[in-house]
Design a protein. Structure first.
Length: 135
């Protein structure tokens, strides 16, 4: 169960990293597009071409980041499912152990009562054999 919890935490951490990478790439695109618009206004065709090509590449990076985030989110879901199963098994084992302990306690109490009954019967028999009617 603890191992499953660690795996969930690790998967969540990696998903957060992927989300941050996606946000960073989107922010870079927005910033560069804003700057590129200003520089393209100068009329330099080479600068405009560079920004367009860069934007195409950046959009591809953003798409890869989105896919990575989707994959990592799936891994988080899978890790959570494993953790849930592990927790259910642990609870089941705890219930089983508790029931076994209760049965053991009942058996012990039964044996103790049986010994007390035998002891009482022996004292009664001993008292009767000595001729006493007082018990």
């Amino acid at each position: 169960e603890e191992d499953a919890k660690r795996r969930v935490a690790l998967a969540q951490s990696r998903a957060l990293e992927a989300r941050q990478a996606l946000e960073d790439e989107c922010r870079k695109l927005d910033e560069m597009m804003a700057r590129g618009g200003k520089e393209a206004a100068t009329g330099d065709e080479a600068v405009g071409t560079w920004y367009r090509n860069w934007a195409v590449g950046q959009r591809a990076r953003i798409e890869r980041c989105r896919e990575e985030l989707i994959d990592r989110t799936k891994l988080v879901d899978q890790a959570r499912a494993v953790a849930i199963v592990a927790r259910r098994k642990a609870k089941s084992l705890e219930r089983f152990r508790e029931r076994a302990w209760q049965r053991h306690g009942q058996n012990e109490a039964r044996e103790e009562q049986k010994m007390l009954d035998e002891h009482g019967a022996m004292r009664f028999a001993l008292a009767m054999s000595r001729g006493g009617s007082n018990t």
